[in-house]
Design a protein around this ligand. Structure first.
Ligand code: SF4
Length: 544
């Protein structure tokens, strides 16, 4: 189809709300897929509009699914936009414009090739976003060689971090980097054919240190005056962003250079020194009530409760974390989301975390709209000038300018921390009751207790993880209570890895897994048996 002159937006019927905004729903996913396919089966706007830059290691990717690739310094010298527009990425864009599906996007091709009804790939989901779709008609007529400005930027300025979380690694935590430099990488399952280094340790990993001149960060600041104007979504990740002077430079820049379209998000472990924290709060207070920005969200990372959360995040002071989170949610005109990457250490205390969240929602959330709607309709979290939210708020709910929410990503890697390998008993005693707790406290109706409980969207996120664990292998004739692994050996590799990791971790960190998680004692010994099975090679295949 020669679509040079046609508009891929105007060509189709979209489901829009009363403000003309395209709804995020299956009908529009299906429509955007048709529009993209009209250009080619691999055409995806995220390759142009969205980028994640890891400036501490000089890597980039678009979107976040394909593996990262190195930004060549020789490209950067002539062109700071090579942070996003590498020659490699331009080749992928050209392929998309010429009807090909780049191999690096196999995450999406797998979903599309399964062809399950209404199971849309991120190619459709991301391309429908308002930071992407408005650009479709310009992008479809490009040839792929152009330098483009992204509208959605996620950046990590460095790996500097004061925590050493169990599932993190040297690329994202300087504490991990130093730990491995001093004590060596952690080898698991030594002497078996599954011997491996934990935490993706690479001998030749190149990381710029805190005070080292970093050409990638220099290029970022050279490009920033232009880049900043094009952005709709800007998310700062780490390391710990609040330990990077560049994060503060961004906040100060925003005070001087308004962009009322900008949605700013910052990840944090909320564990930085008091002086740094106070400076951060001061800057946020100077931004959030102005039109310098559309809205601001802090994503606070924690995955469990109390000493169990501290075990999973070495150096975390849990009490300080909860105090600071409550400080954030008691401020107005901003959003504070708990980002709980559910892993094996989350299982037995996740409900306590949810109970705390529920109490805070009942105290602080006043919004008339549940979080998913807020996002979908592009309303909310805005300053006093956001008439839409004020209108709703005045109508029934009072000023609804604080929103507490929860994101529950599922940790798959490292595999030995994937909650899918936990025992049947732990599913019954903790996982299912936790899901029940969420469901029992689901927001009830559109006009009553919205935002005071958990949204369907949030419950779905935990349900998906529970489902993965309890979806038993139908062919498993030997032990139907075990997870759906291809065979017993895979399960043994994960559990044995977990056993060896906590033992090594206890020695390095002076911790004690069994006294911190006494309820996981039986599971711990099951994992020990997996080590023996791996060493002897006798697993007992459960694939039927
Ligand atoms: S096709 Fe999928 S993996 Fe590739 S950029 Fe688009 S959303 Fe990301």
């Amino acid at each position: 189809m020669d679509n040079k002159k046609i508009s891929l937006v105007n060509e189709y019927d979209w489901d829009v709300n009363s403000k003309g905004i395209k709804r995020i729903n299956d009908k529009n996913f299906s429509t955007v897929k048709k529009a993209l396919d009209a250009k080619g089966p691999g055409f995806c706007l995220a390759k142009w509009n969205q980028v994640t830059m890891h400036l501490g290691t000089g890597m980039t990717h678009s979107c976040h699914h394909p593996p990262t690739h190195k930004i060549p310094l020789e490209e950067l010298k002539e062109n700071p936009t090579a942070l996003h527009n590498t020659k490699f990425k331009k080749e992928q864009r050209k392929a998309m414009l010429n009807g090909k599906r780049p191999a690096e996007c196999e995450y999406c091709w797998r979903v599309e090739d399964e062809a399950v009804e209404n199971n849309f790939s991120d190619r459709a989901r991301k391309s429908l976003e308002d930071w992407a779709l408005p650009h479709i008609d310009v992008i479809k007529d490009m040839d792929g060689s152009e330098d483009v400005l992204p509208t959605y930027l996620e950046v990590s300025f460095s790996n500097v971090c004061n925590l050493k979380c169990t599932y993190c690694g040297p690329e994202s935590s300087s504490m991990w980097y130093e730990d491995i430099k001093q004590k060596g990488p952690i080898k698991l399952l030594e002497g078996t054919d599954n011997e491996t280094w934990s935490h993706g340790w690479q001998e030749n990993l190149q990381i710029f240190k805190k005070r080292e001149q970093n050409p990638y960060v220099d290029a970022f600041w050279e490009w920033w005056p232009d880049l900043h104007k094009s952005l709709k979504v800007f998310r700062i990740t780490g390391g710990e962003p609040l330990l990077s002077k560049d994060t503060f430079k961004v906040l100060e820049w925003i005070i001087e250079h308004p962009n009322p379209e900008l949605e700013l998000s910052i990840n944090s472990n909320l564990s930085v020194p008091d002086k740094v924290w106070d400076r951060f709060i001061d800057l946020i207070n100077r931004i959030k009530d102005t039109d310098n920005i559309k809205n601001i969200t802090i994503y606070a990372s924690v995955e469990g409760w109390g000493k169990r959360a501290e075990y999973a995040r070495t150096n975390l002071d849990f009490n300080k974390f909860t105090q600071r989170y409550e400080q954030l949610v008691s401020m107005s005109n901003m959003r504070a989301i708990i980002m709980a990457t559910y892993n094996i250490f989350s299982v037995t205390s996740f409900q306590k975390l949810l109970e705390w969240q529920l109490g805070l929602r009942q105290k602080y959330n006043k919004s008339g709209l549940p979080p998913i709607w807020e996002t979908a309709a592009s309303v909310g979290f805005k300053s006093k000038h956001n008439l839409h939210i004020e209108k709703n708020a005045n109508w029934k709910f009072g000023k609804g300018d604080v929103l507490i929410g929860m994101d529950i990503p599922y940790l798959r890697d490292p595999k030995f921390l994937d909650a899918r390998s936990i025992s049947h008993d732990l599913v019954l005693d903790y996982m299912l009751p936790t899901l029940d707790f969420m469901a029992d406290n689901q927001v009830e109706s559109k006009y009553s207790s919205k935002s005071k409980g958990f949204s369907e969207h949030e419950i779905d996120k935990l349900a998906r993880i529970v489902y993965h664990r309890i979806y038993f292998n139908q062919n498993n004739k030997t032990d139907p209570t075990e997870p759906d692994w291809v065979n017993r050996k895979d399960l043994d590799v994960s559990r044995a890895g977990f056993y060896e990791f906590v033992n090594t971790s206890d020695k390095r960190n002076n911790t004690d897994f069994l006294s911190t998680f006494p309820e996981m004692k039986e599971f711990y010994y099951e994992c020990k048996e997996s080590v023996v099975r791996l060493q002897t090679g006798i697993h007992g295949d459960t694939s039927g």
